[in-house]
Every structure is written in structure tokens, then in C-alpha cells.
Design a protein around this ligand. Sequence first.
Ligand SMILES: Nc1ncnc2c1ncn2[C@@H]1O[C@H](COP(=O)(O)OP(=O)(O)OP(=O)(O)O)[C@@H](O)[C@H]1O
Ligand SMILES: [Mg+2]
Length: 152
Amino acid sequence: MKSVVTNSPEDTTALGETWAQEAVPGWTIALCGDLGAGKTQLVKGLARGLGVTGRIASPTFALVNEYTEGRVPLFHLDLYRLETRAQIVGAALDEYFFTPRGVTVVEWADRWWDEVLNSKFNVERPGGRLRWVRFTSEGEKRRRIEHEDFGA
Ligand SMILES: Nc1ncnc2c1ncn2[C@@H]1O[C@H](COP(=O)(O)OP(=O)(O)OP(=O)(O)O)[C@@H](O)[C@H]1O
Ligand SMILES: [Mg+2]
């Protein structure tokens, strides 16, 4: 488990930009943390690092936004409004997890994956790679970002 502290939205975006250098198809980045914790800020950096130029907004209502103009296609999911696995499957969003078509980043990932990570990922991670990320607000501008990698 790695732990990073950021002290501004720009710091968090810069972290996402760094992570974009590692992006390969089949990679899923699972974000959890409260409202306003900085999940979308990180996605903005990922998108920028991949070369996406359009505006990035949380797909809270659209559920998924696809950005295809970057080095690797980016799928941005937000599960906030979906409370059960059945609803996520019903919206066909599980098809984006570990898709060989691109990189998937998921806000409110704990709507799908619970904390029992290892056992679940062995079943549900066919060949893919996962970064589990937890955001914690520690002040107006201070965010702790803990992350851990699973899979190849
Ligand atoms: N260090 C920081 N990192 C990220 N955002 C920060 C930081 N400090 C302050 N902020 C502010 O916190 C807010 C983070 O909003 P953001 O939309 O990224 O949250 P979110 O986790 O995606 O929330 P939601 O669950 O509502 O989608 C922004 O208003 C941003 O300016
Ligand atoms: Mg968001």
C-alpha cells in the first residue's frame, strides 16, 4: 500500500498525469472516497496524461464517459447512483471492468468491490490489472491518497 498526500487540486491532477504513463489496455483504476474527495480531479490528470483535450466531468448522470482521442481509450465510470450490483449489471457497466479496449477508471468503486479484495479479484480479474485507490480528506486542501496494485 502506497500513500501520497496532495495539498491542492493541481497536485492531485499531476498525480493522475503521472499514472497515465503506466496506462495499458485492460487496466482498471478503482477510486473510492467521499463526495468532494478529489476522485474526478485525479481523472482529469489521467485524461490529460493520455492526451485527451476535452473537458472532463463526473459522469454522475451519464454513468460512463468515453474518451477515445488519447494514447489509450479512457472509460470514466461513476457508480454513485447505483446501489446494488444488479443495478450496475443492469446498466451494463461491469463490461467496462478490465476491458481490453482501454483503461477504465471507476468513481465510487466500492459500489461494486467490497473490502475483501484479494479473494474477489482472483475470481473477477481475468488477466487484468487493478489499482485500488482510497481518498481521504484531511483538511480543506489536504487529501491522502492510498493505493495498491493487484494483478499482473
Ligand atoms: N488536494 C486536493 N485534491 C483534489 N481536490 C481538491 C484538493 N484540495 C481541494 N480540492 C477540491 O476538492 C474538490 C474535489 O472535487 P472532485 O469532483 O474531484 O471530488 P470527487 O471525489 O470526484 O467527488 P464526487 O464523489 O462528488 O464525484 C474540488 O472542488 C477541488 O478543487
Ligand atoms: Mg467525481
